[in-house]
Write a protein that binds this ligand. Structure first.
Ligand code: CTP
Ligand code: MG
Length: 231
């Protein structure tokens, strides 16, 4: 779970994942949501350097039953943070078992802290059914234009063929690790790195509640949802 961003666009003055919605931080809500889905065993939370202790104490109540919750530090770009998370996962593994025990890896933005269990389950099920990479998507409601450097429209893609992409994105472990090994630069989504390897990426239905909290308006919308359904 990349949670190491600074949240510039939200403008809360602290890293976004540590902003409280209701009585819990986005980080706690996101990790708890994954664990409550019933299809996630363990979580690696990737947080800013100076927030490790805080993340440990926020997340330790979630370390119940068989669940392992690891905290590690992020990097300058989301890609760096995910890469650090994957490294922490591999290290935790090698120490514990010496073998890869996971059949699915998910990458999930802490900023999508209201993501319903259904989205998470659909992604995991599609990977278990044999897809190497799976993204949850929604139809695009606005018409989308492609523009040139001067801002002039050069094309109008058929909206019916477009999808907005959410997280968690799910992967066969070897495919995600290979995609990050091959990635030289920054990508805005993890499945994009898999596409570059020439591998097929499948889509499943996403959810409106899986929207990414980016701006103060998004935060207000999330608080509205929590008031109407306080969990
Ligand atoms: N993220 C991360 N490491 C980074 C940048 C982003 O782990 N160096 C994480 C964020 O914490 C977030 C997710 O990636 O959970 C999606 O990023 P975004 O919504 O852009 O969050 P921020 O980068 O924090 O926000 P902003 O771009 O407004 O600063
Ligand atoms: Mg960002």
């Amino acid at each position: 779970m990349p949670a190491a961003g600074s949240g510039v666009r939200l403008g809360a003055g602290i890293p976004k994942a540590f902003v409280e919605l209701g009585d819990r931080t986005m980080l706690e809500r996101s990790v708890a949501g994954l664990l409550a889905s019933g299809v996630v065993d363990d979580v690696v939370a990737v947080v800013p350097d100076d927030r490790v202790d805080e993340a440990e104490s926020l997340l330790s109540p979630l370390r119940v039953g068989r669940h392992v919750v690891v905290v590690t530090t992020g990097g300058a770009e989301r890609t760096d943070s995910v890469r650090n998370g994957l490294a922490a996962l591999t290290t935790a593994h090698d120490a514990a078992t010496g073998a890869a025990v996971y059949d699915v890896l998910l990458v999930h933005d802490a900023a999508r802290c209201l993501t319903p269990a259904g989205s998470i389950r659909r992604v995991v099920e599609a990977v278990r059914a044999g897809e190497a990479a799976v993204v949850p998507v929604l139809p695009v409601v606005d018409t989308v234009k492609q523009v040139d450097a001067a801002g002039h429209v050069v094309g109008t893609p058929d909206r019916a063929a477009l999808r907005a992409v959410q997280t968690p994105q799910g992967f066969a472990p070897d495919v995600l690790l290979a995609a990050y090994d091959a990635a030289g630069d920054v990508a805005t989504d993890d499945a994009g790195l898999v596409e570059r390897l020439g591998r097929r990426v499948a889509t499943v239905q996403g959810a409106a509640l899986a929207f990414k909290i980016t701006t103060a308006d998004d935060r207000a919308l999330a608080e509205f949802h929590l008031r109407s359904r306080p969990t």
